[in-house]
Design a protein around this ligand. Structure first.
Ligand code: NAI
Length: 668
């Protein structure tokens, strides 16, 4: 039983959704089928009004059941499934009485589409309420009437803006948009819903000044161009398909729903949608690594208030922890506090919340927080000796059960923990830059790291709303190690005379979030050089060394592979050239080869972990499902052969890893 119905003294039916066996409500087939039965019963014994609400603390309905969608075998099967669900929502819409959706927490995708089929929506006015149609993030678009009903409710352009970005809105913005009719704080919310049900106002209408249907076709071209600038339509076809559905929408509701379903069912079977839906499950898997453990962390002390330490401290305070922050340089603390203020202003809604976050972040030059902290995060310079002597100096001041975490981006724990009396409390917590945007954190365990220390670190990462990837300690861990061969090859290509723009373009055309040379400039060529020296000392590109020696360190020094003015690269009008045929393979295959090495060394659990790490940590080819999925798709044997060919032409650095399949049969 997923639904429960109660009738009050006004003959109002309160229909509670509390999906069996799940912490979150999703619109699965059993949930919808049961709902259908209830609608039939309601038609036979009509209530004064129907109020839909969820008994789950985390929200109304979080969306369709992704696993069900992923298991569908053909577009026809998808169309059938959608048509059945559409018919159920149409019956809800056609009930002769007022219908109200009470929305708290997550109301996403199919959940919002269910709410849109109600006559009224009332949002709970608190920070947890999030409404949206984020389907494009899964490579699809709304399929249960969202792209039809939302424009009719709030107007075409606001609706498209929400759906094309997959953006979620809070209760107050939803009210401003007309997406909900009212909002009320929790204590008055039920009463307000009952009021809507018993004294129904005229339903909300979209602004009458909406784009007339005949003009949609013209607007569509413009909107498509704008959307294409944000995501390559060759990799992400859903936004353009959504714009087409809207532009050609029949005026008749039933026909419009059928057209939406048709397009959605086709999208569902694109490789992009398949890959993005798989990543959705990989995200859940990373979260599951932390489930069942408690971090035992209340107070965090961060040492080093540079780029990373400052961001880590601010993020951790934002997420509700007391954080003390120290640095040997007092000026760094001042900067860190200013940057934290910017983060709090951007992320927190009320003055009360911002003040509370400020109160939690304590600049602590004297390191008084060390003795209170349950977790100490080190983020000082990337130098093993500096880290070793810091640990030796602070260890005696730590609480007996405090966890010590290093944010080193490449150094193995054994190397930096050797001066500790108790190295079993040392774990790696490799945050990525920028901390507030990159969701992955590699949680590194060394030979000596205690199991419970690693588990506490995983739990802490989840508690600050990041995704923990457990990895075994080895130079560069997983993400940086796989990225470096790609970066090094880009440098070699550039030194062979291929223009930087051409190299970077090949990478982005393949689906990388930015070109390798632009990335190097952004990170700092000196930093890249240091890490390459650490990880691949025999393969340091001379060109990189020369640039750094000439003071050309990338963006921060005004010049690297590109020259910068006002923080932007100055593009020269170089004549268009055609890239060498093997350019993309030369960039991408070394990354795959390294990923295979990481896997065969057992640094992560399996290939899925690598994909999760590369996608959530570095944005590497999400539409292809990450590097290992791409390898599977292209075929190990094909990749091995191509690497062998590249090795014959360009050198041994392309030698395929022995674990790559030697024949098609093995690959299959
Ligand atoms: P940074 O140079 O911006 O900051 C280092 C800070 O540590 C400086 O403020 C310095 O005054 C302070 N410091 C140095 N020695 C100290 C000591 N003994 N006691 C107290 N404070 C000390 O460096 P950044 O970029 O923040 O890197 C820090 C760590 O994070 C490094 O291990 C780096 O490899 C790692 N990391 C860096 C990333 C990046 O993108 N910058 C990404 C992920 C990890």
């Amino acid at each position: 039983m997923n639904w429960q119905i109660e009738r009050d003294t006004h003959n109002v039916a309160w229909l509670h959704l509390n999906q069996a066996g799940s912490g979150t409500n999703v619109l699965s087939q059993p949930v919808l089928a049961e709902f259908d039965g209830i609608l039939t019963a309601l038609r036979d014994a009509p209530p004064t009004a129907l109020i839909l609400l969820s008994d789950k603390p985390n929200g109304f309905v979080a969306g369709a059941d992704i696993r069900e969608l992923a298991a569908l075998q053909s577009p026809e099967a998808a169309r059938e499934l959608i048509a059945r669900a559409d018919a159920i929502l149409a019956r809800l819409e056609g009930l002769g009485c007022p219908t109200v959706a009470m929305i708290h927490g997550y109301c996403l995708g199919g959940g919002l589409e269910l709410a849109l089929a109600c006559r009224y929506r009332i949002g709970r006015d608190d920070t947890g309420t999030r409404l949206g149609l984020p389907e494009v993030r899964l490579g699809i678009h709304p399929g249960l009437g969202g792209s039809v009903r939302l424009p009719r409710l709030i107007g075409s352009l606001p609706a498209l803006r929400l759906m094309l970005a997959g953006r979620l809105v809070g209760a107050r913005e939803a009210l401003r948009l007309g997406l909900v009719d009212r909002i009320a704080p929790e204590r008055a919310w039920r009463r307000a819903a009952l009021d809507l049900a018993l004294r129904p106002p005229r339903p909300h209408r979209k602004p009458w000044l909406d784009l007339p249907r005949p003009l949609r076709g013209i607007a569509a071209g413009y909107i498509k161009r704008q959307t294409a600038a944000r995501a390559n339509p060759a990799h992400y076809p859903a936004p353009a398909a959504l714009i087409d559905v809207w532009a050609h929408e029949p005026a008749d509701l039933i026909a419009a729903l059928a057209a939406e379903a048709h397009s959605m069912a086709d999208l569902l079977f694109t490789p992009t949608a398949r890959n993005l839906m798989r990543l959705f499950t990989l995200e859940a898997r990373l979260k599951a690594y932390a489930k069942g453990s408690a971090s035992g962390v209340h107070h965090v002390h961060v040492i080093g208030a540079g780029t990373m330490g400052a961001a880590i401290a601010a993020w951790t305070a934002l997420r509700g922890y007391t954080v003390s922050l120290s640095d040997q340089n007092p000026a760094a603390l001042g900067r860190a506090v200013r940057e934290a203020g910017e983060l709090f202003t951007a992320k927190l809604r009320t003055e009360v919340e911002r003040t509370a976050a400020w109160d939690r972040l304590i600049p602590d030059a004297a390191q008084a927080g060390l003795g209170h902290a349950d977790l100490v995060i080190e983020a000082i310079v990337e130098n093993a000796e500096a880290k070793r002597s810091l640990f030796a100096a602070v260890e005696s001041r730590l609480k007996a059960d405090a966890v010590l975490a290093s944010n080193t981006s490449a150094l193995p724990l054994a190397m930096i923990g050797s001066a500790l009396r108790d190295p079993s409390r040392l774990v790696g917590m490799h945050f990525f830059n920028p901390v507030s945007r990159v969701r992955l954190i590699e949680v590194v365990s060394g030979e000596q790291t205690r199991e419970d220390v690693h588990r506490r670190a995983l739990a802490f990462v989840l508690a600050i709303d990041r995704l923990p990837l457990p990895v075994r300690s080895s130079p560069g861990f997983v993400v940086n190690r796989c990225l470096l061969p790609y970066l090094m090859e880009a440098v070699l290509l550039e030194s062979e005379g291929i223009p930087a723009t051409l190299i970077d373009h090949a990478a982005t055309a393949f689906g990388m979030p930015m070109g390798p040379l632009a990335l190097g400039d952004l990170v700092g060529l000196d930093v890249c050089l240091d890490v390459i020296r650490e990880l691949f000392p025999a393969r340091v590109p001379a060109r990189l060394q020369a640039l750094v020696e000439a003071g050309k360190k990338g963006l921060k020094s005004g010049e690297g592979f590109y020259r910068y003015r006002g923080g932007r690269p100055v593009r020269s009008d170089s004549r268009p050239e055609s890239p060498p045929a093997d350019l993309t393979d030369r960039l991408v295959l070394p990354m795959l080869n390294e990923a295979v090495a990481v896997l065969s060394e057992g640094l992560v659990g399996d290939a899925d972990d690598i994909d999760a790490g590369m996608v959530f940590g570095a944005g590497v080819i999400p539409h292809r499902g990450g590097p290992m999925q791409y390898l599977r798709e292209r075929g190990e044997y094909d990749v091995r052969q191509t690497l062998e060919r590249l090795a014959a032409v360009h050198g041994e650095r392309f030698a395929p890893h022995p674990a790559l399949a030697r024949s098609r049969a093995v690959a299959a």
